[in-house]
Design a protein around this ligand. Sequence first.
Ligand code: NAD
Length: 260
Amino acid sequence: MSTRKTAIVTGSTSGIGLAIAEAFARQGMNVVINSFSDTPADHALAEKLSREQKAEVVYVQADMSKAAECRALVAKAEKEFGSVDILVNNAGIQHVAPVEEFPIDKWDAIIAINLTSAFHTIAAAIPLMKKSGGGRIINVASAHGLVASPYKSAYVSAKHGIMGLTKTVALEVARESITCNAICPGYVLTPLVEAQIPDQMKAHDMDRDTVVREVMLDRQPTKEFVTVEQVAATAVFLASPAAAQINGTNISVDGGWTAQ
Ligand code: NAD
């Protein structure tokens, strides 16, 4: 059993989740990283983070589209490290289509992974946080938790939903030294987003810089991507003592997108 703080980051084998896990490990926390797969590469990633950050990092497989696995992830983290102090609900997927053509299975998967999983992990983590005298819940929402874009009905619905969940949970646990907040990133340059650039260049017959500026960052006033490190630093802040009175709100990291 460890006396260090323990953080769970769902969906953390790539992109924003991986950067948050890395930042927490750098702070000396025990970190549980997660995805739905169970490959040697997943466990090797945890070992690499442990080595590089001189922290305890373990990989726990759990499919965030399944209620029982969401709850088991939290239980396994407690079993491994003795407490769950920080829960970051980050796992998320996307699908883009007009609402009347939106595939039902994609709608169900997006609501399950981007919204319902957070209900399950939060429900499982709160009793453990109460037992250890406090905790931090951080939901990685999106600018799409605050404003909409066409063709993203499921994603926008899930992200608006998680904003409601964030506020409700914050009120329920406010007297327990637990806070619940959301981070709302704009466009972040993750491997997922990077992979879309060549197709966009072809589709619009534009060079990379023009695609990024005029197509991808159309609504992001700085015309720059948010970096995963900037989102991770916001999570580290929300988990710090300085953020103890920040509760039931969101921090936008969106280059001014939602100021419009
Ligand atoms: P990503 O695809 O790089 O990472 C997503 C992670 O979730 C991966 O580790 C993946 O394996 C995992 N995952 C997917 N399905 C899962 C499942 N069923 N169970 C467990 N894990 C699963 O994506 P990202 O861009 O880093 O996005 C992370 C979060 O940030 C998401 O919630 C996303 O909506 C949000 N976000 C991203 C951006 C952006 O521009 N990239 C902007 C705003 C918000």
